[in-house]
Design a protein around this ligand. Structure first.
Ligand code: ZN
Length: 286
């Protein structure tokens, strides 16, 4: 039965994911690990909408590397280059020695932050990146609905810029749904709730790390994501109010419609369990 529940804490060997707020996760198999969309600086809505500079909080970056156990992460993967996905990513890479992996827009965020060329890998739809036993594939996706139904900050970042920049400096770039294959199972990280029929055609996955804000019609969304790939575990993400500090405690964005999401998932995917993540707490998957 679908329903909110908890899973046992991380075991020494096995796949696990640790949520960090927004669409941020550490994915680990007990030997290797990588971050996806880690964003911990979290500025106020006023600061974002006023167009004020958003200085990366390296103190928080270090704290969350320690908290997630990601000090030896091999990669920092970015689904798209909006500030709430890409702003902190080069600093997670710099602190851990990991490679920053994402679109050319994300690569420009890395260059502007001072990452060396060898620490940046620009990828396109269809590309594959390997880290230990993980094979990571990039599928072209689309953005979910933002305010007033529009995609925020469209376009690309066509040149490096040095932080701090305003939110509008972090243009969308190419957006990826990220397929993570491992001998222990397949995960899909879907960092923004856009979707189209056939997006995940032919893919079977065990679990989805699923952005649920801006999803539009829930049944359509589930049909093109969770149902399309047969995922039996869904970990919702990007439902938290990311205009508040992570340490201020959990609060949802008012537009999430969580109850409706859980109800519709229970009805349409009765064999799928929904596991609500807690920031900083590892969830064992296999
Ligand atoms: Zn976005």
């Amino acid at each position: 039965m679908a329903g909110a529940g908890t899973l046992p804490a991380k075991t020494e060997r096995g796949l696990s994911v640790t949520w960090m707020g927004t669409a941020g996760f550490l994915v680990a198999d007990g030997r290797d690990s990588f971050f996806i969309d880690p964003y911990v600086s979290r500025y106020s809505l006023f600061r974002v909408l006023a167009g004020l500079p958003l200085p990366p909080r390296t103190d928080l970056v270090r704290r969350w590397i320690e908290r997630t156990g990601g000090a030896s992460a091999k990669a920092v993967i970015v689904s798209h280059s909006h500030f709430d996905h890409a702003l902190d990513a080069p600093f997670f890479a710099a602190e851990t020695g990991a490679v920053l992996v994402g679109s050319e827009s994300t690569a420009n965020v890395g260059r502007g932050a001072g990452l060396a060329k060898r620490s940046i890998k620009s990828v396109r739809p269809g590309d594959v990146f390997r880290a230990g036993d993980f094979t990571i594939r990039f599928i072209e996706s689309v953005h979910g609905f933002g305010l007033f139904g529009r995609t925020p900050y469209p376009g690309v970042i066509d040149a490096p810029f040095s932080p701090p920049g305003p939110a509008a400096a972090y243009r969308l770039g190419t957006i990826f749904s990220i397929v993570i294959e491992h001998p222990l199972g397949t995960l899909v990280h879907h960092g923004s709730a856009g979707h189209y029929p056939g997006m995940l055609r032919g893919l079977r996955a065990d679990a989805m790390l699923l952005c649920i804000t801006g999803r539009g019609n829930t049944a359509d969304y589930l049909g093109n994501t969770v149902i399309a790939c047969g995922a039996k575990t869904v970990i919702p993400s990007h439902f938290d109010d990311f205009f508040r500090p992570l340490d201020a405690g959990p609060r949802r964005l008012p537009i999430v419609r969580m109850k409706e999401f859980l109800r519709t998932t229970r009805t349409l995917c009765p064999d799928t369990r929904v596991v609500m993540p807690e920031a900083g707490r590892a969830i064992a998957l296999a």
